[in-house]
Structure formats: C-alpha cells, structure tokens
Design a protein around this ligand. Structure first.
Ligand code: ADP
Ligand code: MG
Length: 608
C-alpha cells in the first residue's frame, strides 16, 4: 500500500498558524508596532484605512534589515531575537516566536521597504499569500515601512468573520494604546483614513496618558511606587471619584509587556472596595517589573497571558500598594456616592465669585498595615491575610480582620480536629454553610464548582489529558455554519478536553465520546452550549482561547444554584475548592467564599 502521510506545504502551514496569531486587523497592528519597538525605533507611525481592512501601515526609524533578511523575515520561525530554546526565559523583546510576519504574509498582501542606517541602499519586498512577487534593492530612508493590504483577501470565510468598522477600529485603538502606554519614550503618530487620530511626542508616562485620554486625565491620576524582592511596581491609578460604570482604562504591563490577568485585576479592584460603588471600574496603568525567570510568557501565541511563579504574593503586594497609594492621597472611604450626582446640580459660580481649587491632602506616612508592621511595608503573611479579608462580603471588616490570626483555608482543614462537631448545611440549595473556628464560612456552590472545574480543564488542556467517556451510540450533531466554524477553530483543544469527535459531512460532527467530567447530558446540547459560551466570552472579554474554553466548559458543567447537594457532595466540593490554586475567586473574578466572623455576629446582637 502507498504511504499516505504528506508534509503540509509551507503556505498551508503558514495559513493554519496565521489563524492563531492573526485574528483581525488589530492583530496586525499589534505585531507591526511591536516589531518597530523591538527594532529600537524612536519614532513610529501607524496608518490604517477602513478599520485596517484595506491597509495597515507602520513606519519606523529603527534598525532596518539587510537585503536577505528582508526576505527571510517572512519565513516561519524567522527571528533575530532568540537563538536557543533557553533564551525565551530571559526574553526582553516583544516578539520572539518569529511567527508574525510569516502569518501576516500568508493572509494578506505585504509591501515592505527597509534599510539599515549603515547601508547605502535599502530593499523592497512584495509578498502575496506567502508567495514572493518582488524582491529588489531600492533607495529609501533608514528604518522600515511595512504595508499590509487587503487582510484575508484569500480567505473569504475569515474576512466575513470580521466585525463592523467601529468594532474593528476599537480593537486597533486598544492595541495602539497598549503599545503607546508601554513606551512613552517613543513618539507615536496614528492616522485613520488620512485623519490624524494621535500625535504623541516622547515624554514621561503622565504626559503620554494625558495625550491619549485627554487633559482632564491629569488630575485623576495617583502615582504608584513600590519595590519588593518579588516585583517593582510603578505607574498610576485613577482616583476613586473618577471610577465609572463603564469599564475604564485598565492596563497591566509586566516587564513592559501588556498582559491580561483577571487575578491581578481583582487585587486592584478589591483595594478600591468601600471607595467606589460595587459596579464601578477604576482606571489603572500598572507596570510590574519582575525577574524574567519567574514568569512564563509562552503559554499563548498572542502572549497577553502570563504565569507567575508566586502569584499569591504578587496579588497581596499589588493590592497593598494600591491601597497605600490611595491612602496616601487621603481619599476618604466615607465618600457619599448618593451625593455625587447632587454636585452636578450646584449652581454655576457667579461672575467674579472666587472659586477655590479642591485640595488633595497627602498623608505620606499612611500605611494600611501600620498596626502590624514596621517601616518596610507589609509582610507577605499580613498581606495575604488582608487579601482573604477583602473577599468577605462585608469588606468593612477588612482592617479588623488583619488582626485575626486565621486564614480561611488552613482553618477549614482544622475543623475536623476542633472540639466542636462538624456543622455543615446547604442554604436555599445555593450556598453551603460550614462552621470554622472564627465563625461561619459561606460558599457559593456554583461559583466554587466553576473554579474547581476551570482549573481541572485548564490543566487538561495544558497536558492533553482530558478523560473521555465513550458513548454507547455515537451521535451525529449538526451545527449552524457559524457554530461549526468556531468548533473547528477550537477543535484541537476541545479534543484535548476529552471530546472524541470526527468530521461528518457539511457542518456536522460525529461524537464518539464526551469529557468524563461533564456528567450526563445530550452531546448536541453540550456542544451547542459550549460553543455559545465560548462565543459570549470571546466577544465580552476577548479571553485567550484556552482560558475561554475552560471557562465555558466549567460554566456548563458546574452544579447550578438551586441544586440540592448531599453531605458527601458538599464535602467534596469544599475539599476540591481548597485544593485549587486560586480558591477564593471564581473564573470570572467573583468571590467564591465569604466568612462571617463570630465577632461580627456578636456585634449584631450587641448593638441592640
Ligand atoms: P519576531 O518578532 O517574533 O522575531 P516577526 O515575524 O515579528 O518575529 O519578525 C521576524 C524578524 O524580522 C524579527 O526577528 C526581526 O529581525 C525582523 N523585523 C521585523 N520587523 C522589523 C522592523 N520593523 N525593523 C527591523 N527588523 C524587523
Ligand atoms: Mg514580532
């Protein structure tokens, strides 16, 4: 019999790889801007047409490329940034995979001119769908100008998947903001359809933020500054009174690389508890400098997710730093929000009336941990304890709780040997109550289970170890065109989770097996709701693929509020939760657990 395995031709492999890296015009903007930064440019100009559909052009005055490099850079795994596998642990540049230009060239028409400052003459390269059309020496300025035209001209399905111009432009703005904020020392310009969007001179970070978000921003910023062994934290946070209902500007940079972290976000948001309304969002622009050896940035091709070696300590440090900065600027926790709107009804000042500027009182010595610690800020233990306390429903207890000697999870493990008998109950088929030393712990059963499953699915995705439960009768599932396309996009990961699928005709798959953790349920429903969740998460949070998938599946498979649980199920849930890496938050950042302390219960009755 003849051999049947072929190696994919390069342009096919490139197109497949491009699916991961290039999702929309904004992906191109990100990659090109980052390359310009990596090239050491001091001036970078972005120009787009039609929300980037017909043109994304980036011009820089960086190091440029030689004639042969100007062709080689479009090959896969072509990078000047790492030479050996080990280098990726000490990465300082933005890119390093050598995937971006190859991917872009596979799905668009690319025209590039580039010249190194020391060369007499530059190079001109034209590539369409990975095929070189032109490559010749040319006279040009130092640096690189790269044009990416007609994205997905050769893949109509993906072109049709793009959203409206305003949505695509919004994504491009986001990417531009991220790079421009991370590099205030570089001057940036941005034109859309010949209109100037930004012209940002090089300068300090504060000036850059004002340039991007408007003059009013200046008075809203509180500086952050903290140095610990684990991390150096700098940047700005927004004053609580400017927090808004719509999600404001929220940025984390780790070693100058923009990242998303719902966990660190939670640390910041919780530092604002009591200062802003529950549904309000503070702005922040936070830079973390950490030892590159303590992070793993290689878990996702678009690299907005990072793993930290010591995430919990970082959480605690970040939260305390934000809290201290807010405290130093003496932002009163007694802000009366209901009053806030009343201000807008104040009569305008009459002509000649003197209006005094509002003062900001600065208490440089303010330290939320003063009760426990000396000069150098909180110990990690204190900070962690504080963190736990902040998750409580009644966060007003947080300061008091610092004085307590308990941390929730060890306490749970202690219940067995405490003299009291084990008390455990389900409340309204929704919450689990359990007695702990300091009082009573309340667990949200659905959120807790989502957390447990989320971590399990993430691990399975990473390790490709999803257990599959074979179906007695394979089932044919027909999907809508759109759902089918999405399923195909995430097929590998879906399989890693334990779905055993095979293609079957147009828009259909045959399901032979399902993840064992999913429990009973019709394959069709399970797959449809998985895809549905995945779509929702993608449009609402633009999560990385795997996190999105793990979250979607966890949401689907979790026990829901309203489900009666037996005592063994409750025990398993509690044990499972505290075996998690991040037991206290649900995958979407809500608290899973709260504790009512005995003291606070006593207080309720005393106050009568
Ligand atoms: P990566 O950035 O991961 O190395 P890319 O595909 O983005 O991969 O780029 C490939 C290589 O092309 C880079 O390593 C760099 O050597 C070169 N390059 C890309 N853009 C520029 C630029 N604007 N100026 C100079 N060199 C560039
Ligand atoms: Mg790159």
């Amino acid at each position: 019999m003849a051999d049947i395995i072929d190696i994919l031709p390069d342009h096919v492999a490139n197109q497949i790889a491009a699916g991961e890296v290039i999702q929309r015009p904004a992906s191109i903007v990100k990659e090109l801007l980052e390359n310009a930064v990596d090239a050491g440019a001091s001036q970078i100009h972005l120009q787009i047409k039609d929300a980037g559909r017909t043109l994304v052009q980036v011009t820089d005055n960086g190091c440029g490329m030689s004639l042969s490099d100007s062709r080689r850079c479009f090959e896969r795994h072509a990078t000047s940034k790492i030479k050996a596998a080990n280098d990726i642990f000490s990465i300082r540049t933005k890119g390093f995979r050598g995937e971006a230009l190859a991917s872009i060239a596979a799905v668009a028409q690319v025209d590039m001119i580039t010249k190194r400052p020391d060369d007499e003459i530059g190079s001109h390269v034209v590539i369409e769908g990975s095929d070189p059309v032109n490559h010749e020496p040319t006279g040009c300025q130092d640096g690189t100008r790269i044009q990416v035209k007609n994205l997905f001209y050769n893949i109509p399905a993906r072109r049709n998947f793009l959203k409206s111009n305003p949505v695509e432009t919004r994504h491009i703005m986001d990417e531009f903001h991220r790079v421009a904020i991370a590099h205030p020392g570089i001057s940036f310009g941005f034109h859309h359809n010949e209109n100037e969007v930004y012209q940002l001179p090089a300068g300090p970070l504060r000036q850059r933020l004002v340039g991007l978000f408007g003059k009013n921003f200046n008075q809203r910023l509180v500086p952050l500054e903290e140095t610990t062994d684990l991390a150096t934290i700098t940047g700005f946070i927004g004053k609580p009174e400017f927090a808004r209902k719509t999600r404001g500007e929220q940025f984390f940079f780790v070693n100058n690389r923009f990242i998303k972290s719902s966990y660190l976000h939670h640390a910041v948001q919780s530092a604002y508890t009591d200062l802003i309304q529950r549904d309000a969002h503070p702005s922040y622009f936070i830079f973390l400098e950490v030892d590159p050896n303590t992070i793993d940035i290689n878990i996702h091709p678009t690299k907005t997710e990072i793993k930290f070696e010591d995430e919990k300590a970082l959480y605690a440090i970040l939260q305390s730093t934000v809290k201290r900065s807010l405290g130093q600027y003496n932002i009163s926790p007694a802000l009366d929000f209901e009053q806030e709107s009343a201000f807008s009804h104040l009569p305008p000042p009459t002509p000649g009336q003197k209006v005094s500027a509002p003062e900001v009182k600065v208490d440089k010595d303010y330290n939320p941990f003063r009760a426990k610690t000396e000069k150098h800020g909180p110990s990690v233990e204190d900070a962690m304890r504080f963190t736990q306390a902040m998750f409580r429903e009644d966060a007003g207890e947080a300061e008091e709780a610092q004085e307590e000697q308990h941390i929730i999870s060890p306490e749970w493990n202690n219940t067995q040997d405490s003299s009291s008998t084990k008390v455990r109950a389900q409340l309204h088929n929704t919450f689990i109550l359990t007695q702990v030393k300091s009082g009573v712990m309340i667990i949200d059963q659905q959120l807790a289970h989502e957390r447990i499953l989320f971590e399990r699915f993430l691990d399975q995705l990473e390790l490709h170890q999803g257990q599959s439960q074979q179906l007695l009768f394979p089932e044919n599932v027909e999907l809508s065109r759109e759902d089918y396309d999405i399923l195909m996009e995430i097929e590998d990961d879906v399989k890693a989770l334990g779905f055993d699928l095979a293609h079957f005709g147009k828009h259909s798959v045959v399901v032979h097996g399902m993840p064992a953790d999913l429990g009973p349920g019709e394959p069709k429903e399970q797959i449809e709701s998985l895809v549905e969740q995945y779509k929702n998460n993608r449009s609402r949070f633009s999560l990385p693929k795997r996190e999105n998938l793990a979250r979607s599946l966890a949401r689907n498979a979790s026990v829901k509020a309203g489900k009666a649980l037996g005592s063994e199920e409750m025990d398993n849930l509690i044990d499972g939760l505290f075996a998690c890496r991040q037991p206290y938050v649900s995958p979407d950042g809500r608290p899973t657990v709260t504790t009512l302390t005995l003291d606070s219960i006593r207080q309720i009755f005393k106050s009568r």
